[in-house]
Design a protein around this ligand. Structure first.
Ligand code: NI
Length: 227
């Protein structure tokens, strides 16, 4: 499932992030890629321990917590600490690759399975040419280039690339989610059910039927969730 989270960041948060990025120092992005991905990757990233990187990561995590759409679509168990990258100049693209299935969490002796990938766009699309996130999956090839503050989530299993940026700079925040529900098929069913319940409640209010269906939702989640 590919889903857009419109206005994940507020205008104020976006402004703060962009201010932090104005004086940021960038490292080569190859440090966090696996062997195959390293050959395709040519971008820059904020160092993990930088002030700007830490503050933007905290801001994005807080925004995810208040996004009902993010929570119902991903059913997050754990979120990889968000990183910030930049495409432009000599470091302007990331060719076709699949993200590593398992990632080490930097400061913990712990690992995370990358069920879902997420990109939060930090640069307005009129500031750069190219830079589309192209995702190839069962839903057919998709080209994603969103307003600043919007995010996209897509399956971690997808082959994807970032097209060369030929003018300006494209900055974004990226991270992965390990879901309580490992199967994309089961996650999709729960998402559809939750959204239908939301609309039912909006149209008709609470009823014995919505209570019963909400019970079924939670019982399916109980059956499938791995906490
Ligand atoms: Ni990737």
């Amino acid at each position: 499932m590919l889903l857009i989270l419109a206005d994940l960041l507020s205008p104020q948060e976006l402004q703060t992030a962009r201010q932090l990025l104005r004086s940021a120092r960038w490292d080569d992005g190859k440090d966090s890629a696996g062997t195959q991905a390293r050959q395709a990757k040519n971008n820059q990233q904020l160092p993990r321990d930088s002030e700007a990187g830490r503050r933007i990561a905290a801001m994005v995590l807080a925004a995810l917590e208040r996004s009902a759409l993010f929570l119902t679509a991903t059913l997050p168990k754990r979120v990889f600490p968000p990183r910030v990258n930049r495409y432009g100049g000599e470091h302007n693209h990331y060719g076709d690759h699949v993200d590593s299935a398992v990632r080490q969490l930097a400061d913990r002796h712990d690992r995370l399975r990358t069920d879902i990938s997420c990109t939060v766009f930090l640069s307005p699309p009129d500031e750069y040419d190219g830079g589309e996130l192209c995702i190839d999956d069962t839903f057919g090839p998709q080209r994603v280039k969103l307003p600043a503050g919007h995010a996209v989530i897509y399956p971690g299993t997808s082959v994807h690339q970032v097209r060369p940026v030929t003018r300006g700079y494209r900055m974004a925040c990226f991270f992965w989610v390990e879901s309580l529900v490992r199967s994309a098929e089961q996650r999709r069913l729960l998402y559809d059910m939750d959204m239908a319940l939301l609309r039912l409640r909006q149209q008709h209010g609470e009823s014995p039927e919505t209570v019963a269906l909400t019970g079924s939702y939670h019982n399916l989640l109980r059956m499938w969730a791995d906490t």
